[in-house]
Design a binder for this molecule. Structure first.
Ligand SMILES: [Zn+2]
Ligand SMILES: [Zn+2]
Length: 428
């Protein structure tokens, strides 16, 4: 309890630029961030607030880097450089948690509609834990030497943020990191526990649009049309055989058609149907095989239905590709040992890879490769977790309107684990 109190509530930070009696109350900061989420590429207030806190703590702060990104340096003598990243964006979800600090914020989305906005992916926990870790490392300045590089990244959810930070030159304009680290909250782990996945941990994510073109007409005269609704059904069924019949059974892949739109009325055959797909894979080979097979099947469908070349399905692979996340096994192992010393062995769990995506993996793909690893931070209230096990009720997932982290134990665990790991990495 003493540790929790000292970490969470009363940060008395004595640095040159912050008065000794100034405090950063992490739980208040968390609640404020939670109640005021901003959508991807619109993190203006969030980034300003955090930049000001970091300036107050004495860091060298660069704002508006790759959008609303913030890069801050905590220099503490000669030594390694370690990058710690937190993402800042919320999601277009209406919060239904009922928490007193629940978000009622609305924002304008990419197509101009006003939507409710929520930190449904726990990025508010990431930001708060990161600030807590900075404060902790400032308090323990005599225990490490080197440079801590803070990366507050915009737009993780639409997969442009990491790409922009890299393009803008995060690894050229600032000291190049020896290691890249991050946490992501877990909606399946209780607060107090952390998880690690050595090697491949999160999947390649691609978004694809397919427009199936036909020849519209009267619903009672189908022989005079080329029905794109029937063609879409054929294609969707064919696509299901990619994973079951084309990809090697030991490889991981997902083909999901998440949206289908076509037609206006019972008795009108429309002239097109639009599909939106999410594609998941781990290796480049499986990714390429999935994409080329979809193209082949779409072409085949058009030919089978007697369409002319101009009416072949239009396929657009969106440029919001997120590459798979590879956790450097040696770095993961080192950090695991530190986590165990900070939290106890029973609180550090080896987890399986998932087909979710995270653009943090991009930082580990820039040549020459920087060892990179992301860890899971348990966020579920212990009582809620125990009840879900006992009564076999599912927990709200990330991105759910009901996802509500338990802030105090989650943030204190994140701060303690990450600070220990960073200090150990500077020392070894
Ligand atoms: Zn997310
Ligand atoms: Zn996320």
């Amino acid at each position: 309890m003493k540790i929790i109190l000292s970490i969470l509530f009363i940060f008395i930070v004595s640095t040159s630029s912050l008065q000794a009696d100034e405090k950063v109350d992490l739980i208040n900061l968390y609640k404020e961030l939670h109640a005021n989420p901003e959508l991807s590429f619109k993190e203006e207030r969030t980034s300003k607030k955090l930049a000001n806190i970091l300036k107050g703590l004495g860091l060298e702060v660069t704002e508006n880097f790759g959008g609303y990104g913030v890069v801050a340096l905590l220099k503490n003598g000669e030594g390694k450089t370690i990058m710690l990243r937190a993402d800042m964006d919320g999601l277009p979800v209406e919060e239904l948690t009922g928490a007193p600090y629940a978000s009622r914020t609305k924002s304008i989305n990419q197509v101009g509609d006003e939507v409710f906005t929520m930190h449904a992916c726990g990025h508010d926990i990431h930001m708060t834990s990161l600030i807590g870790t900075v404060i902790n490392l400032l308090e323990k300045k005599d225990k490490w030497q080197g440079t801590l590089m803070i990366n507050l990244q915009p737009a993780e959810e639409v997969s442009g943020g990491a790409r922009n930070m890299i393009k803008e030159g995060i690894f050229e304009k600032f000291p190049r990191p020896d290691f890249n680290l991050a946490f992501h909250v877990s909606a399946d782990l209780p607060a107090g526990k952390v998880g690690y996945v050595p090697g491949w941990a999160m999947a390649n994510v691609d978004s694809m649009d397919i427009t199936i073109k036909g020849v519209g007409g009267h619903g009672a005269y189908p022989h005079t049309t080329k029905d794109p609704i029937v063609m879409a059904s054929q294609l969707i069924n064919n696509l299901q055989t990619i994973v079951s019949r084309e990809i090697a059974p030991i490889e991981a892949a997902v083909v999901t058609v998440g949206s289908i739109h076509g037609g206006t009325k019972h008795n009108v055959i429309p002239s097109e149907v639009r599909l939106q797909l999410t594609l998941r894979s781990y290796t480049d080979e499986v990714r390429n095989q999935t994409i080329s097979t979809i193209r082949r099947m779409a072409r085949g469908l058009a030919e089978a239905n007697g369409l002319s070349k101009e009416s072949y399905p239009e396929i657009t692979l969106k440029d919001e590709y997120t590459p798979a996340l590879f956790n450097n096994p040696e770095l993961t192992e080192k950090v695991r040992t530190s986590f165990e010393s900070a939290l106890g062995k029973e609180n550090v769990l080896k987890l399986s890879p998932v087909m979710g995506g995270e653009d943090f993996g991009m930082y580990g793909r820039v040549e020459p490769i920087i060892p990179t690893a992301l860890f899971w931070l348990g966020a579920v209230n212990k009582k809620v977790y125990d009840t879900s096990l006992r009564e076999n009720i599912g927990l709200p997932s990330l991105h759910s309107a009901y996802f509500l982290p338990d802030p105090e134990p989650t943030i204190s665990t994140g701060v303690k684990a990450m600070s220990t790991a960073i200090i150990d990495l500077y020392q070894n």
